[in-house]
Design a protein around this ligand. Structure first.
Ligand code: PLP
Length: 457
């Protein structure tokens, strides 16, 4: 198709995800045609630095298509498809073993699915059935406010983002939400220990109110994306683990974003010593070159399912698809060979220093995150941390920041599911040159945003 034909066909036939399609009534849909390293190119040949790794997912960057494509083609020739229902095939076995070898502790058993929402969905069902197998009827789930866990009905119910849920109510009942680790808006003078104490008290209260014997699972991202890279305060996850142990609740770390090097360890559960019973994964497992996710379970969670006649009553045709497994295996091989995880760990401070320069701009209230997973929170007043109204966010994020950043060649995400933030998550192959470019473009655009905002009538 020619450029014009592509535009027309996109407008006539393609339905974009989470997109106000009306935006494109009078303008072109951005069409990305190629990528290499940390950069993308559009239909007109314009280049962009992708400081979002697609959607927090192209961990090795865009430069390994040939090598991964060869692995996919070889698998296509050998065995293009077979199932993981009753039977297995070599690639799903090898990938499960590989995942188990890099996952912390005895997270040794992998159930493959097609993506993150399916992984969360599968984790909740697995937790329910695990308890049932041990003679307990537990079904409730505890998650955190504002957290995003996916869009299928179960995962959607677990979400803490009200606006995403209300159009689809009634949802799956009994998903309960507790405080997240948003530190920036806590009272001045509160110590880290006090903050941890406050969060754990809130979680304990929620468990008690729900009835501890009814709660199947607590699910949390090690670093929460929605709201802007909320890192856990000291002692937080040790306390969450202790509460789950005390009440017989399974702890699930949703590592759909934080897994596969994003925070400078293979899994963030290792960095923060979370010791989860379940881990949900997708995105970076294949660096999104393939369509694959999974739930990784501790040996102890598998145990009841090893008894005679018992099975986890869940599955889907494409779970553990051989071509997707071959792609994920090659991705992990590349990550090891190119020392991708080590690159993040050794560059984290440099990225933090670069982004830290943005704090000189009046509109930038906070810069926070870990590894290559950062957020810049925007405020009206640094002293009071006053945030923008919904109407102001509409102008600031949608009318100004998103289009201007894109026009200047930088892809990052302006998000106001919580307080307004700009999210920065470059591919894990990025280095100082990319950090400088991100900081320069973002700095210019944020300074301009403040200038325009302060001059608004
Ligand atoms: N869990 C987390 C933490 C996520 O960030 C996402 C997606 O961004 C999901 C689950 C859902 O993943 P998917 O979009 O692959 O269904």
């Amino acid at each position: 198709m020619s450029k014009q034909e592509l535009q027309q066909a996109a407008k006539d036939h393609l339905w974009l995800h989470f997109t106000r399609m009306s935006t494109y009534a009078a303008s072109d849909i951005p069409v990305i045609v190629s990528g290499d390293g940390c950069y993308l190119e559009d239909l007109d040949g314009k280049r962009y630095l992708d400081a979002m790794s697609g959607l927090f997912c192209v961990n090795i960057g865009y430069g390994f298509g040939e090598e991964i494509g060869d692995a996919a083609a070889a698998q296509m020739r050998e065995l293009p498809f077979y199932i993981n229902w009753t039977y297995a095939h070599p690639r799903s076995i090898e990938l499960a073993a590989e995942v188990a070898s890099v996952a912390p502790g005895d997270l040794n058993r992998v159930f493959f699915v097609s993506g993150g929402s399916e992984a969360v969905e599968a984790a909740w069902k697995l937790a329910r059935q695990y308890h049932a197998a041990r003679g307990e009827r537990r079904w409730k789930v505890i998650a955190r406010r504002l957290a995003y866990h996916g869009t299928t009905m179960g995962a959607l119910s677990i979400n803490g983002v009200a606006a995403l849920k209300t159009p689809y109510e009634p949802l799956v009942p009994d998903a309960i939400h507790v405080h997240n680790t948003n530190r920036y808006h806590r009272p001045d003078g509160e110590t880290e220990e006090q903050f941890t104490g406050f969060l754990l008290e809130d979680l304990e209260g929620a468990i008690e109110q729900a009835g501890p014997g009814t709660v199947a699972m607590v699910i949390m991202e090690p670093v929460q994306n929605s709201g802007g890279s909320y890192t856990p305060p000291r002692g937080y996850f040790a306390g969450v683990r202790e509460l789950c142990d005390r009440h017989g609740i399974l702890l699930c770390a949703d590592e759909v974003i934080t897994g596969w090097g994003r925070v400078g360890a293979w899994f963030a559960s290792e960095r923060y010593d979370i010791r989860p019973d379940l881990v949900t994964t997708a995105k970076g497992l294949s660096s999104s070159y393939g369509v694959i996710g999974g739930v990784v379970a501790r040996d102890a969670v598998m145990e009841p399912f090893l008894e005679a006649k018992r099975m986890y009553m869940h599955g889907m045709t494409f779970g553990g698809h051989p071509v997707q497994c071959a792609v994920a295996l090659k991705n992990i091989e590349i990550m090891k060979r190119e020392e991708i995880v080590e690159n993040v760990a050794s560059n984290e401070r440099s990225l933090q220093r670069s982004l830290g320069q943005l704090l000189d701009i009046p509109i930038v209230g906070d810069v926070r995150g870990a590894g290559y997973f950062w957020a810049v929170e925007l405020v009206k007043d640094k002293g009071t941390k006053e945030t923008f109204s919904a109407e102001e966010c509409e102008w600031l994020l949608r009318d100004f920041l998103s289009p201007t950043l894109f026009e200047r060649g930088l892809i990052c995400r302006a998000d106001d599911r919580g307080d307004p933030v700009v999210q920065i998550s470059p591919p894990l192959v990025a280095g100082q040159a990319e950090f400088d470019e991100i900081t320069r473009i973002l700095g210019d655009v944020l300074a301009e945003a403040w200038d325009r905002y302060s001059k608004r009538p």
